[in-house]
Write a protein that binds this ligand. Structure first.
Ligand code: COA
Length: 307
């Protein structure tokens, strides 16, 4: 199928699945894989591979060696995706992936027919990009004894400790656990605090018990962000954590109410974040805060787990 036709079919499929998913802007570069359904419908995909260097921030959420598929299954429902994933499985026979490797596909969360194909090839929903476009809730007063304030430069150590709480927890509920996370994130946090980034702390009786590390992302037409989000200025909620002994006390909810109010007052189109569906606290907390899945990051880890 010609590039223009591939793109318009993909746009139609994405729009039918979820009107909030932005229309794909172009075809990715890479190795082309092709397959056919039993009715003889030709489908194709583009395969890219990359290796993240030691010390790269990408290693916080990614395997070191990654093969990423960009499928173009057309209007074939589950079957077109299934035959493309099978072709990918055969293609991976030519590789020798080590333990720190993954096969990944990013796909609109609401395209239900694709999910069956992903699961049958050993891919799991490792992460979800979720968005919130609602107005902030009027009622977001913190519980008694809790105050919310912006983090300052001098809060660096306390803020870093709180951010590490998320990594300690997600190490238990995902396959991604790495040594050296603290050293990897410290320089970035210092830069963000120096730049006055929107990082928030919840304090109970004067002690910081929760953090929301946020920032701005501009989804300008043609940018990487506009591939994922509707065009606009988005509040990015990068890391949220409450100390284990303070969980369930309303600090997280009060923190996010402040974050939503602040982003809304500053003209944000909405806010977005990533969470792991296998994280039982996040999977309860984020939908309650008004977030819903837009993209799902399907992953087989190690890459040899693709079947
Ligand atoms: C997600 C998280 C930040 C929420 O923070 P929190 O301060 O516990 O949030 P709240 O107290 O406002 O709300 C937590 C929800 O869990 C319930 N809960 C009750 N007891 C709880 C407990 N012991 N532990 C956790 N949650 C509990 C709360 O009642 C509330 O549910 P509700 O919205 O239905 O009322 C926190 O659970 C956490 O730090 N998790 C580990 C790190 C993490 O997963 N971060 C998010 C990564 S995307």
């Amino acid at each position: 199928m010609a590039a223009g036709a591939l793109l318009s079919t993909q746009r139609a499929r994405f729009a039918a699945a979820d009107p909030l998913v932005p229309p794909p802007q172009g075809l990715p570069e890479g190795e082309v894989l092709t397959a056919a359904t039993t009715d003889g419908v030709q489908v194709s995909a583009v395969l890219q591979s990359q290796r993240h260097a030691a010390g790269s921030l990408d290693l916080l959420w990614s395997a070191e060696r990654v093969w990423q598929l960009f499928p173009f299954p057309g209007e074939t429902g589950t079957e077109g995706m299934d035959v493309l994933l099978r072709a990918w499985r055969h293609r991976m026979d030519a590789e020798s992936p080590g333990p720190d490797s993954a096969c990944t596909v990013t796909w609109p969360s609401r395209d239900a027919p694709a999910i069956h194909a992903f699961l049958s090839h050993g891919l799991i929903p490792a992460s979800v990009l979720a968005v919130r476009t609602a107005r902030p809730e009027a009622d977001g007063a913190p519980p008694r004894g809790v105050t919310i304030r912006r983090a300052r430069r001098e809060d660096f150590e306390e803020t870093l400790d709180l951010i590490m709480v998320t990594f300690d927890y997600t190490a238990q509920v995902t396959l991604r656990a790495r040594p050296g996370v603290r050293e990897l994130i410290a320089p970035q946090l210092r830069r963000s605090l120096d730049a006055g980034a929107p990082i928030w702390l919840a304090e109970r009786d004067g002690v910081a018990v929760a953090v929301a590390d946020c920032g701005w992302v501009e989804a300008a037409p043609g940018s990487w962000a506009a591939e994922l989000l509707p065009v606009g200025r988005w509040g990015y909620v990068n890391n949220v954590a409450t100390r284990p002994e303070a969980r369930g006390g309303g600090a997280g909810r009060a923190l996010m109410a402040a974050v939503h109010r602040d982003f809304h007052a500053s003209g944000a189109t909405g806010t977005y974040l990533y969470f792991n569906p296998t994280n039982p606290l996040a999977a309860q907390f984020w939908p309650r805060q008004g977030y819903r899945p837009l993209w799902t990051y399907w992953e087989a880890q190690p890459a040899s787990a693709l079947r």
